[in-house]
Design a binder for this molecule. Structure first.
Ligand code: GSH
Length: 243
């Protein structure tokens, strides 16, 4: 498809055709929405009107993309299999949907030489309207004194049962001013709810209770819970027990 015919709808539509059935969701944003909330050192070096797309994995990704991917590869000695699977799905979709198009694909696990992340996943999810990024500053009269509290994203349908995987920047596609920035659904609107969320995420994230802060439409299957609860070094052994 020629660069001139690409716009928000065609880009997200083509990506959805490839990625939805694999358990991913895509949301568009303008680089300017992202850059406007970040300090200069973390901004993306693209004009404000440049189209970007944030890719999330939903609970279905594990069964619809990851297990088949591992089966195809025979589970053998693959390091970072989740990251490799996401990369495989996203790069296949990009090359199939946008042959010859310049797309800057950045994964959540990638760092720049400066050790800074290649993009701030939670910020991208928030400004695209995909998931509300709750931060310490979203709580009035904070009960934590000087303590550093990490923020967390909540998806309106999946609560915390999702992950932000990649940002795709379409350097040749500019978005018109008719595309307005959607606010992410504020699914934890009360001070008490936000305190509960941030405390669960910061002080006992391993029990995963923060993920259920809103009733999710789908959560991780038992298999997927077992997989992510297992330390990465022992995951290939677990996969072998599943055959
Ligand atoms: N790098 C390893 C791999 O690629 O297999 C580990 C990947 C991993 O466990 N990533 C976490 C994840 O996907 C952090 S994003 N968690 C799912 C979740 O927390 O919902």
């Amino acid at each position: 498809m020629a660069a001139t015919t690409l716009n928000v709808e065609s880009v997200t539509g083509l990506l959805e055709d490839c990625l939805t059935k694999l358990g991913f969701e895509v949301y568009h944003l303008k680089v300017g929405w992202y850059n406007s909330v970040l300090p200069p050192s973390l901004r993306l070096a693209y004009p404000d009107d440049t189209l970007a797309v944030v890719v999330l994995s939903t609970p279905a990704m594990f069964e619809q993309a990851f297990l088949p991917f591992m089966e195809e590869r025979g589970c053998q000695g693959l390091s970072d299999p989740i990251d490799q699977c996401v990369k495989h799905c996203v790069t296949s979709a990009v090359s199939q949907c946008f042959p010859g198009q310049k797309v800057d694909v950045r994964y959540d696990y990638e760092l720049l030489p400066s050790r800074k992340p290649k993009f701030l996943a939670q910020t991208a999810a928030h400004v695209s309207g995909a998931a509300f990024y709750y931060q310490q500053s979203d709580v009035m009269d904070q009960p934590w004194a000087e303590k550093k509290i990490f923020g967390v994203c909540v998806h309106p349908r999946f609560g915390g049962w999702f992950a932000i995987r990649a940002l795709l920047v379409f350097g040749d596609v500019m978005v018109g001013s008719e595309v307005v920035q959607p606010a992410p659904p504020d699914c934890v609107p009360t001070r008490e709810g936000r305190i509960q969320l941030l405390e669960a995420f910061n002080f006992h994230w391993q029990d995963w209770s923060y993920r259920d802060i809103v009733p999710p439409v789908q959560t991780y299957s038992q298999k997927q819970r077992e997989y992510f609860s297992t330390p990465p070094a022992q995951r290939s052994a677990l996969l072998r027990t599943w055959g």
